[in-house]
Design a protein around this ligand. Structure first.
Ligand code: F6P
Length: 552
């Protein structure tokens, strides 16, 4: 079979995945949810000594405990059948083979190639860029690369947004330990983001990395222009700019037109939200060094291998995905909260918001028809234990039921057993347990009676303090918060998004929904200019526009 025919055959194989409602497993899962979805988690444990062991998946130093999900063995089997019936394994092969599974843009989705081992000649262009990044990072870190007045670089500012910001920001914040150069991340076009960042920095010792796949994102270019003026105002000549500005992009022409000489490239088959492994990770490499960047890639690659080679029943990313599908599509939990119990991982929820909601926030199928099932739930969250003192009340007793991922990195040796570490770990485990168990009505009644309450007062207090529990969660334990385990964690969530998108039969790799707002912003930028007659919008937008113009 010639290459084209092979491609065609593979594409046809991909279209095997179709309406999830047409599978045999979907109605079975609906029936299971109706019949058993309401069963209390504590009963599931009561009848099964081995549940905790059996409902655990481990890979690459990560342990996913999904025993606190409202599933039993039959549900588990039916979910695995759904995985099979929707052809996820074949689609996974197509992704790993670099086939154009991003059908609306006819592009491959090949971020797994970015972390493939160096020895494989198939990935030579990837390795060339990585070597160039490493050489540059080493120059900066060693002090060989200097700013316009000969001083070494102490601060690196990554200017980028979305996928050109969230991944590198999350990784640097998770792993940096007060090293020089320090990494800073500026995404927002609100002047205070860049201005406040630059206010603390010495221009002569600052390197700016302008990161934009398209090099057309208005916010990024506006911030980059201001940063450039800041350097010039500090005494740098036009020629000096090359010592302070580098770009990461796929668009060489636009980078040149902007006036940046040095560019680290990547490819259209790297989606923005999957790009931290590419040159988009340059800020990571400069801040943390190429060895830790290599460890990050190695962790992700180990997870890739696990995802590709491990049967679905024991596959960690598959269970992240299937538990999410069960909660969202069958139990109707359309709100998913992620709570890392690690201050340094505070930006994980923001990273996952783009990864999962930009990937799977879709309502048309791969064939362009309306979807027949719910797709991505709302993803949100923040760091524990702080979150407990903000919105956990709602998670325990609110009307809206939410399912959670608790992320628990095990302690570094120097922290293990310390008072605050014990609190951190205890609180994480306690919240998952409390959400599951709730507050037993009879036991609570006994406690209140022991406190001397009776009659109406007791009933009133009982109603306020009792809650049913049965709120499902995953607990994902990381053996350590280091580059390897972080790479594995991020890759696991990438594969979760992939599996869910394939089961929902949507294209997880385009983001057409954000285009209209960008275009309208372009028009409104013109309309806000004082000397411009604004174009007509809807009544509300026209009134707001007039108010802002009058204020200026
Ligand atoms: O928000 C839309 C989006 O296109 C994201 O997908 C992307 O990560 C981000 O904007 C930034 O795009 P770029 O890297 O091209 O500046």
């Amino acid at each position: 079979m010639c290459f084209n025919a092979l491609q065609r055959a593979r594409r046809e194989r991909l279209t095997v995945m179709s309406d999830p409602l047409a599978t045999q497993s979907w109605p079975r899962l609906e029936a299971l949810a109706r019949a058993r979805g309401g069963r209390h988690l504590t009963d599931l444990f009561a009848n099964d000594d081995t549940r905790a062991q059996r409902y655990t998946a481990t890979a690459c130093g990560l342990t996913l405990d999904y025993a606190k999900q409202r599933i039993d063995d039959d549900t588990r089997m039916a979910l695995l059948e759904l995985f099979d019936e929707q052809g996820v394994a074949a689609a996974r092969e197509a992704m790993f083979a670099g086939e154009p599974i991003n059908t609306s843009e006819d592009r491959a989705v090949w971020h797994v190639a970015l972390r493939a081992p160096d020895a494989d000649p198939m990935y030579a262009p990837v390795h060339e860029v990585r070597q160039a990044m490493a050489a540059f990072a080493e120059e900066v870190r060693s002090g060989a690369w200097t700013g316009f007045d000969g001083q070494t670089i102490t601060d690196v500012v990554n200017i980028g947004i979305g996928g050109s910001d969230l991944g590198p920001r999350f990784v640097c914040e998770s792993l940096a330990r007060h090293e020089i150069p320090r990494a800073h991340f500026v995404a927002n076009v609100d002047p205070h983001d860049l201005d406040d960042t630059l206010a603390g920095l010495d221009p002569a010792r600052t390197l700016v990395i302008v990161t934009s796949k398209s090099f057309g994102t208005a916010e990024t270019l506006a911030n980059a222009r201001v940063a450039r003026r800041w350097l010039i105002a500090a005494g740098a000549s036009e020629a000096d700019i090359a010592r302070h500005f580098v770009a990461v992009s796929t668009n060489e022409d636009k980078v040149k037109a902007f006036g940046i000489e040095r560019m680290f490239g990547f490819w259209d088959w790297v989606g923005g939200r999957y790009s931290l492994w590419s040159a988009v990770g340059l800020s990571i490499m400069v801040a943390l060094g190429s060895e830790r960047f290599a460890a990050l890639l190695a962790g992700a690659h180990a997870m890739d291998q696990h995802f590709r080679d491990t049967p679905a029943a024991d596959n960690l990313p598959v269970w992240l995905a299937l538990t999410g599908i069960w909660n969202n599509n069958f139990l109707g939990l359309a709100s998913h909260c992620v709570v890392p119990y690690a201050q340094r991982m505070a930006n994980l929820p923001s990273f996952l918001q783009q990864l999962e909601m930009e990937s799977n926030g879709k309502s048309v199928t791969r064939e362009g028809a309306p979807t027949t099932v719910a797709t991505v739930p709302t993803i949100w969250g923040s760091v524990g234990t702080n979150a407990q003192h903000a919105y956990f009340q709602m998670l325990h007793q609110g009307e809206l039921a939410v399912d959670l991922d608790f992320i628990l990195p095990l302690s570094a040796p120097e922290d293990a057993g310390g008072e605050r570490e014990i609190e951190r770990v205890a609180n994480c485990l306690a919240q998952a347990e409390a959400l599951m168990c709730g507050r037993d009505r009879q036991a609570l009644r006994g406690e209140l009676e022991a406190e001397g309450l009776s009659g109406q007062a007791l009933e009133h207090r009982l109603a306020a303090r009792q809650f049913a529990g049965n709120r499902p969660s995953n607990t994902l334990v990381m053996d350590a918060l280091d580059a390897h385990h972080l790479g594995a964690l991020i890759a696991a969530y990438e594969h979760k998004a992939f599996v869910q998108g394939m089961i929902w039969n949507i294209n997880s790799f385009d983001q057409w929904g954000v285009e209209l707002g960008k275009a309208m912003a372009g028009q409104l930028v013109k309309d806000l200019a004082a000397d411009n007659t604004p174009s007509a919008h809807d009544g509300s937008t026209d009134r707001l526009l007039a108010q802002v113009r009058a204020h200026w």
